[in-house]
Design a protein around this ligand. Structure first.
Ligand code: ADP
Ligand code: MG
Length: 688
């Protein structure tokens, strides 16, 4: 099969639909998929039957509703197509009802108090805007997966998809308003686009299994950086080693079959770190595809004796992994609205959207920060390697210049020489490369899209995109209201736009920053500007309880107050559970793996000293002393960690882990490699 034929071969896409459905049903389903119109219930049986036939031809015996509960993963519960025929055999069937709605007994998923046990059932409902697909595992087991929403008895959103879909509706409504106001042609459904660049690590499976911390927590809780790590920066974009490239090639192929447009693959900054970027798609689909991508990365890794680590910080001392959330808007005209236009009118529209985004991000920075809060991501956002916890916007020199002039309100010449006045003259073209790369900015304009870089590698980007859509919808709503208020009083349209944008820039320019986001100076400057700097998850998730955020989500029907509160409860619990789990794992390793070996080695050294007394041996006795002292210190730190775990306080547990680690890491520098109980960083870094 050619790649073109193989692409989407495991997806119930338009090509497959046209083969397995009658023309009438096909048209009706297509309308639902493209316009988000309600599904015609009378066609459900035929769609289900067509899907079943297709899936069975691919060897599927089961179907599952595939959903995204609030624990951040994907969930599935398989049901066979088969039922007894009461004549001693079985028949295959799949009804429209089974396709449209499921009722998994999913009472064990976190609901953050949204469900009392007596109504613990959750329901799944088909999301026809994301096509069904067939997942095949490494042994060829095929399952028909139907992307679904997951909600409670009273319709409460128990997943990450429902709020995203709701936020898309809110954004589309405001985009249509902009279109109307600026006379943009076209009547297509506007939508946000998403292109998530996914970073990950690969380690050898054999080595992985010998590290209980990696297996249980996804990250190394101990370990010393080897002499050679990322300082030569030779890994980034370096030649891809054989086993890794074979793995990547197979990942791409599997993703293509699933209709995921995998595009770019390369080595990342850290040793053993890599990246996969897809071509952007409609946001809901792309978000589903990212969840699928993470799964495929892990499944295919097994075939190559590798393990794919999606944790945000698997190794201390080298860069962690994130997800660059490339976001833009496609308008009813089918055009990318973050591309500066070719006419003055289009430019005014572009600047209106741009300034609204700035307003939204500045006003709701704590909410954006909350959406990327997790125990794992704290290691990145709190450190100087990934975008800092301070949310700021990078626009690049040219656009900053334009914004500055807009603020002053006078049509003056731009850097490239043309004149600038909203609605009168043209923006200079903004070539992608002119927006010089600022890797330290959490929210960067990159020519024709915004790139939010604080999302963690393991996170479901739906949470962030829900917030992004909503805050931009809110900002547009407010900006448009102001423009309309002025024009209704007789101000001409161009002047109204000009004066509203001018005011908004004045109010929100504090969030604009083109400098080095990693520097201490910026922290101080940001504090002066009054920008929040929420370094840890417990601080960040408080945004979910902020009356301003509650009001925002309520106003745009994205999440009700109780739904939002449940997110707070779940994130808090998840954080505390994760830290406690790590602390317990660290304790177990320190006590039962490192301590015994270190005691033996310290004792051996002491014996050696005794037997060498007749010789000069100051160095040896110093070594023995240091080993003995560190072992003693380790026992004390173990005690402290045990107490921290008993206290149940996450901050104490984190501090306890750090202290135990520093002693173990000191011992790793002394104890012979052959006696060290687990493989070190050096053995994990250079996977080939
Ligand atoms: P970079 O230089 O940042 O790597 P690329 O052009 O390679 O930029 O794109 C990175 C990601 O951004 C890709 O996943 C790409 O599909 C995505 N992207 C490009 N245009 C858009 C857009 N209009 N909306 C959303 N994502 C986009
Ligand atoms: Mg990028």
């Amino acid at each position: 099969m050619s790649i073109q034929e193989e692409f989407g071969s495991l997806v119930f896409n338009t090509k497959t639909m046209s083969k397995y459905l009658s023309h009438k049903t096909y048209e009706s389903l297509l309308a639902t998929m493209e316009n988000g119109t309600a599904l015609d219930a009378t066609i459900a049986d035929e769609v289900a039957s067509g899907m079943k036939t297709w899936a069975m031809e691919h060897g599927a015996t089961h179907f599952t509703h595939w959903f995204q509960p609030l624990n951040g993963t994907t969930a599935e519960k398989h049901d066979a197509f088969y039922n007894p025929d009461f004549k001693g055999g079985i028949v295959a069937s799949f009804s429209g009802k089974e396709l449209i709605q499921g009722e998994p007994d999913a009472s064990s998923f976190p609901s953050g108090g949204l469900r009392a046990t007596f109504e613990a059932r959750g329901y799944t409902a088909w999301d026809p805007t994301s096509p069904a697909f067939i997942k095949v595992n490494n042994d060829g087991v095929a399952v028909l997966c139907i992307p679904t929403m997951f909600y409670g008895y009273h319709g409460e959103a128990l997943d990450k998809k429902i709020p995203l879909l709701r936020a898309q509706v809110a954004l589309a409504k405001q985009i249509n308003r902009v279109a109307k106001l600026f006379g943009v042609p076209g009547d297509k459904r506007p939508f946000a686009t998403l292109g998530p660049e996914q970073e990950y690590f690969l380690v050898d499976a054999e080595v992985y299994r010998q590290r209980p911390d990696l297996v249980q927590t996804g990250r190394t809780l101990f370990g010393v950086r080897p002499a050679r790590h990322q300082q030569l920066e030779d890994h980034y974009f370096g030649k891809i080693k054989n086993r890794v490239l074979s793995f990547m090639a197979e990942v791409d192929k599997e993703l293509w079959k699933l209709g995921v447009p995998a595009k770019t693959r390369h080595n990342e900054v850290s040793p053993a770190q890599f990246e996969l970027a897809p071509v952007f798609e409609e946001q809901n689909l792309s978000s589903d595809h990212n969840m699928l991508t993470m799964e495929v990365l892990q499944t295919v890794a097994e075939r190559y004796g590798l393990v794919c680590l999606l944790h945000e910080k698997p190794f201390d001392g080298v860069n962690g992994s994130g997800k660059h959330n490339n976001w833009s808007i496609t308008g009813p005209d089918g055009k990318n609205w973050l591309s500066p236009g070719k006419t003055p009118h289009e430019n005014a529209q572009f600047l209106t959207v741009l300034v609204s985004i700035i307003k939204g991000v500045d006003t709701y920075a704590p909410l954006l920060r909350a959406t990327v809060a997790s125990a794992g991501n704290d290691h990145r956002l709190g450190a100087n390697e990934a975008p800092p916890a301070i949310i700021s916007i990078f626009l690049g020199e040219q656009l900053t210049d334009i914004i500055n002039q807009l603020e002053k309100g006078k049509p003056t010449s731009t850097k490239s020489g043309s004149t600038m006045e909203i609605g009168v003259s043209m923006l200079p073209p903004l070539p992608k490369d002119a927006t010089d790369r600022n890797r330290t900015s959490p929210f960067a304009f990159t020519g024709n899209k915004f790139e939010f870089r604080a999302v963690g590698s393991e996170q479901n980007c739906a949470t962030t995109n829900t917030a992004l859509n909503t805050i931009v919808a809110w900002a547009l709503d407010d900006v448009l209201n102001q423009i309309e208020a002025l024009t209704s009083k007789g101000t001409d349209f161009n002047s109204a736009v000009q004066s509203v944008l001018q005011k908004e820039i004045k109010d929100h320019k504090r969030v604009l920053f083109d400098g080095n986001g990693y520097s201490g100076d910026w922290e101080a400057e940001a504090a002066k500007r009054g920008l929040p700097n929420l370094k840890t998850t417990p601080e960040a998730i408080e945004a979910y309880r902020d009356p301003k955020v509650i009001e925002l989500y309520k106003k745009y029907s994205v999440l009700s107050e109780v739904e939002l509160e449940s997110r707070y409860v779940i994130e808090k619990e998840k954080y505390e559970t994760m830290i406690a789990l790590e602390a317990n794992c660290a304790l177990m390793m320190a006590k039962t793996m490192y301590l015994p070996e270190c005691i033996s080695y310290a004792a051996e050294l002491a014996d050696s000293c005794a037997s060498l007394t007749d010789y000069v041996h100051t160095g040896v006795s110093a070594l023995a002393k240091s080993a003995a002292e560190n072992v003693e210190k380790l026992t004390q730190e173990i005690d402290k960690l045990e107490k921290a775990i008993d206290s149940g306080d996450s901050a104490a547990e984190l501090a306890g882990m750090k202290d135990v680690r520093s002693v173990v890491d000191a011992l790793e520098r002394i104890v012979p490699d052959s006696q060290w109980p687990v493989p070190g960083y050096g053995e994990m870094f250079f996977v080939g």
